[in-house]
Write a protein that binds this ligand. Structure first.
Ligand code: XIL
Length: 347
């Protein structure tokens, strides 16, 4: 009997959640249907799950999410065609099974580059052809910008980059566009609000656009904290990419209770004081006020989960706290009840 979030923002943007297939039944499914009009796969559409072995595509789990979105008339984001993490090793091995990054012979390096770009093309083509009628926005590449401020170009030195330069990005976008003319294509990353990463991403996107690479928007993961980054930085980042004529999406929103590293964390959910949830509500209030103000530049806001019972942030809270620690980043609590943050974004 609580008011649906997606209706509250229907004139501004769609509201999404990241899901695992097992969450598409029971109580979580009810929350999804009631409050969200968009979903994204938390894991099952990543390279390692879709093409674990060369040429062996596995769509079983991904299809479950596609089916749920269709049945419930929800938008669907695809996450993610290309990424350096959760990607199988075989992509980066040459025909003899040797890691391409170790190759020193220039001729062989050139051959390897061609082979890897062919693999990119085939991966993207196979997926886009299968899902083009089901997907509303595609994360084409994820996290290609480096975090290290010392790296002047700012490009992450992943195997993709070390082997192909930025060609893997071009080929991925061009192939996606080729097989889905209407596809909305995004470049997705975290800490897009903060310098120098924001400028590095801007420079890359601008250069690619000038080369005619079909990028439609920037995905801001938005794995953020109670006091970081600032609302001003967030506003500036969205305006910056909009100035290139691009759409913005908030693709993986969660508001962690902890700084970095997240220590000390509250050991259990019950240990988290009410004031902390109040502070979190104020943070959500300011964020959604900003999103609404910029709603002509933002087409979707997706949370990286549904409720506090399931969040990837717990792994980190535990890791930094000798195996105990609970985070609580969402607007629904561990029992799927609304939190102060829910009221903050609804009022
Ligand atoms: C995370 C998932 O939430 C975890 O379940 C998984 O173990 C690791 O990946 N940036 C991304 C997401 O783009 O794909 C990541 O998702 C979180 C960080």
């Amino acid at each position: 009997d609580v008011a649906p979030m997606d209706k509250r923002y229907e004139d501004s943007f769609t509201i999404g959640a990241a899901v695992e297939p097992y969450q598409l039944e029971g109580e979580e499914a009810e929350i999804l249907k009631h409050h969200y009009n968009s979903i994204v796969a938390e894991n099952v559409m990543k390279p390692i799950n879709i093409q674990p072995e060369e040429g062996k595509f596995n769509f079983t789990e991904a299809d479950k999410i596609v089916k749920f979105a269709k049945e419930n008339n929800m938008d669907l984001r695809f996450h993610t065609l290309i990424w350096h993490s959760q990607v199988p090793e075989w992509f980066f091995l040459d025909k003899d099974g040797k890691p391409m990054v170790d190759e020193t012979d220039p001729k062989k390096r050139e051959k390897n580059k061609k082979l890897l770009l062919k693999r990119v093309e085939k991966h993207v083509k196979t997926i886009v052809q299968r899902y083009k009628d089901d997907i509303d926005s595609w994360d084409v590449v994820n996290e290609v910008i480096d975090d290290n401020p010392q790296n002047e170009k700012g490009l992450r030195e992943s195997p993709w980059y070390l082997i192909t330069g930025t060609d893997f990005i071009k080929v991925a976008f061009e192939t996606a566009r080729k097989y889905d003319k209407d596809a909305k294509l995004y470049i997705n990353d975290y800490n897009t609000e903060v310098e120098p990463k924001r400028t590095h991403l801007y420079n890359l996107v601008k250069e690619l656009l000038e080369q005619g690479v079909p990028i439609d928007g920037v995905g801001h993961q938005s794995h953020i904290q109670l006091g970081w980054p600032s609302i001003q930085e967030t506003e500036d980042a969205i305006n910056l990419f909009a100035s290139l004529g691009l759409d913005n999406q908030i693709t993986e929103l969660d508001v962690s209770l902890y700084g970095w590293p997240p220590a000390p964390a509250y050991p259990t959910y019950e240990d988290i004081p009410d004031e902390v949830f109040q502070t979190q509500a104020e943070r959500y209030d300011a964020l959604f006020e900003l999103y609404e103000k910029l709603d002509d530049k933002i087409s979707n806001v997706t949370f990286w989960g549904i409720a506090d019972n399931h969040t990837w942030l717990d792994d980190r809270a535990e890791q930094y706290n000798n195996g105990i620690g609970k985070d609580a980043p969402f607007v629904f609590d561990i029992h799927y009840n609304v939190k102060p943050a829910y009221h903050a974004i609804m009022d």
